[in-house]
Design a protein around this ligand. Structure first.
Ligand code: NAD
Ligand code: DAU
Length: 339
């Protein structure tokens, strides 16, 4: 199969590219990515050595570029990761999120309609369900939970989900949707909670915890998310939505304290700061459907995954130092500038 991974230079997309190359030597993988601030081509350095991999720089919301890619590459499958993904940025600049996450979705779906596709997979998020109260640990998001969003980011992702469902029904686009909880692991951009806290602690900087750190997220090691998407592509039923999560709920403060403990740093580095506007209280996924119908279970427990992740950031200082300095953004020009 020829699989186009949009957003494959970002955190989860790049992990998914490596997952495919390692587990499916029979497939050809194309990363289609605009390389926004969140895209880092250096992350795909090893993939570029693989004859089954190709990188194309392009914008999902640019119709001409997307149609050209479909015409030239004739993909069998689109796995759609590309997005503006950071909630705090969506609060500052909502319109960019609407362009990428909604217009981008409609352009990709139009291309599938025009050129044909065997499978379109929408990488969605548990944030489309809104949040759960902190005092009801018995409640979980199921695939039947109503969409109910809080931030411009989650509203744009919910819009994308609805567009995918509309194109499935109206134009018979063969699509699947997965809604996953918070990921963590290698190549996570250091604006998100876990990588930011690891790097600040390593640099002896304060760790800014929003509010009192009581918000709960349901953490999943990124490789488990990749395995779940791969399974949906190969064994999932067209038209279905699958929740992905591994029952690893932690308060933000617990996560931050765990990181400090692994690094042997003191809790005096923690600094409580003004909360994010509208910060969702608790996310918690019920993954029963994907477990029973497709046999997926997460392999990595939070306590192991967080140690692996801290170890990765310790071993890959060069990667995140270039991200922080901005040097990573020169990589594309260096590699492709004269081609
Ligand atoms: P990320 O911000 O790390 O990466 C996004 C990638 O998309 C980058 O490589 C960026 O260059 C690319 N991109 C952005 N705009 C583009 C455009 N217009 N055209 C082409 N490429 C563009 O994001 P992530 O955390 O890896 O998330 C990937 C997907 O997974 C998103 O759709 C997100 O909503 C979803 N998701 C993320 C999480 C999480 O915890 N990070 C959890 C569930 C779902
Ligand atoms: O649940 C899936 C979602 O998880 C994805 O759809 C999003 O793309 C992804 O960014 C993530 O969203 P969150 O808002 O949950 O992740 P973030 O790492 O930004 O924040 C997690 C929690 O930590 C949240 O309650 C805000 C808090 N936080 C975050 C940052 C960056 C802090 O306390 N301090 C910080 O500096």
């Amino acid at each position: 199969m020829k699989i186009v991974v949009t957003g494959g230079a970002g955190f989860i997309g790049s992990n998914f590219v490596y997952y495919l190359l390692e587990n499916h030597a029979e497939d050809f993988v194309i990363c289609y990515d605009k390389l926004t601030y969140a895209g880092n081509l250096e992350t795909l350095k090893d993939a570029q050595e693989n004859p089954n991999f190709k990188f194309i720089r392009g914008d999902i919301a640019d119709r001409e570029q997307v149609y050209k890619m479909f015409e030239e590459e004739k993909p069998d499958v689109i796995v759609y990761f590309a997005a503006e993904s950071h909630v705090d940025r969506s609060i500052e600049e909502p319109e960019l999120f609407l362009r990428t996450n909604i217009i981008g979705t409609s352009v990709l779906l139009d291309a599938c309609k025009k050129f044909g596709i065997k499978r379109f997979h929408q990488v969605s998020t548990d944030e489309v369900y809104g949040d759960l109260p902190l005092d009801r640990p018995d409640l979980f998001f199921t695939e039947k939970t109503n969409l109910h969003t809080s931030s411009p980011y989650s509203a744009s992702k919910a819009s994308a989900d609805l567009l995918v469902q509309a194109y499935m029904r109206t134009y018979k686009i063969p699509a699947t949707i997965s809604r996953c909880s918070n990921n963590y692991g290698p190549y996570h951009f250091p604006e998100k909670l876990i990588p930011l806290m690891i790097i600040n602690a390593l640099n002896g900087k304060k760790l800014p915890v929003y509010g009192v750190g009581a918000n709960v997220r349901d953490w999943l090691f990124v490789e488990d998310h990749c395995a779940a998407i791969d399974l949906i592509l190969r064994k999932g039923t067209v038209g279905e939505v699958y929740n992905i999560g591994g029952h690893n709920e932690r308060t933000n403060l617990e996560v931050v304290k765990t990181i400090l403990k692994i690094l042997g740093k003191g809790e005096d580095l923690i600094e409580f700061v003004t909360d994010r506007k509208g910060n969702d209280l608790r996310y918690a996924i019920d993954p029963t459907k994907i477990e029973t119908e497709l046999g997926w279970t997460p392999k990595t427990k939070f306590d192991d995954g967080i140690k692996k992740t801290v170890a990765w950031y310790l071993d890959n200082r060069d990667w995140w130092e270039k991200v922080i300095s901005g040097e990573y953004q020169n990589y594309y020009a260096k590699m492709y500038g004269n081609r």
